[in-house]
Design a protein around this ligand. Sequence first.
Ligand code: PLP
Length: 287
Amino acid sequence: QWIFLNGEFVTKDNAKISVYDHGFLYGDGVFEGIRVYSGNIFRMKEHMDRLYRSAKSIMLNIPYIQEEFTDLVVKTVERNRHESAYIRIVVSRGVGDLGLDPNNCRGANVVIIVEPLAIFPKHLYETGLEIVTVATRRNRPDVLSPKVKSLNYLNNILVKIEARLANVNEALMLNDQGYVAEGSADNVFIIKDGVFYTPPGYIGALEGITRNAVIDIAREQGYEVKEEPFTRHDVYTADEVFLTGTAAEVIAVVKVDGRPIGNGVPGSYTKHLLEKFRERVVAEGVK
Ligand code: PLP
């Protein structure tokens, strides 16, 4: 396995960063996750655009222009020769002293890792997930925008911890007003009477690239998709629920807070969408 580290390809054992890196000390940095399907990189431009937007928002200078960096990602994928894989890009503020001030840092650390990844066991894609809603709230968009995919993932981690404590694999967090926001690292959709609903960006969620792809695919299939706020009640009473994310892909949810969704098995709209999604990711990706 070859890891891109600041301009060089190194082995896993040699991929090391200083303890003075501000990504490590303070979570100061940004990241991206991208999928490779059958050798094709899915929606690469959207992911790279988001990476640069995240960096700009926190005044982090990525030491490559976007086209250059995109080439480096492609090169790292080629070097690792996986048919299907997950790409993790990390750009941290870099090495500085123990003060918070980013001006003390001597330039970003840039890492690209490419490896196979499955965050949920395979059988759950057939049976569907059981999830819960948790006490952890999505941070408000005016505090630290959830649109920034930053290295500060503590509330997402707390969501995962709460899910594990409830003996399930994933959970949904609400925003500060009680509207459903998203999962720990995935967006949520509900389907009611054949209409797809997903929370709008202003609710406070990451604008998922898988989410946007699913919206495109659903509309192409003739389904109506609405970006509207909804509550836990709407989730409990939905006909179908599913999650989307680069790591999670598209996965049905069959139980929420102990309430079976629909018939308690993955629904027909979700299954249809998953099938179309799988066709598209291969067809659409960039070699
Ligand atoms: N929400 C959060 C908090 C995430 O970290 C992710 C993962 O990337 C998503 C949603 C899903 O976004 P995407 O489909 O772009 O991977």
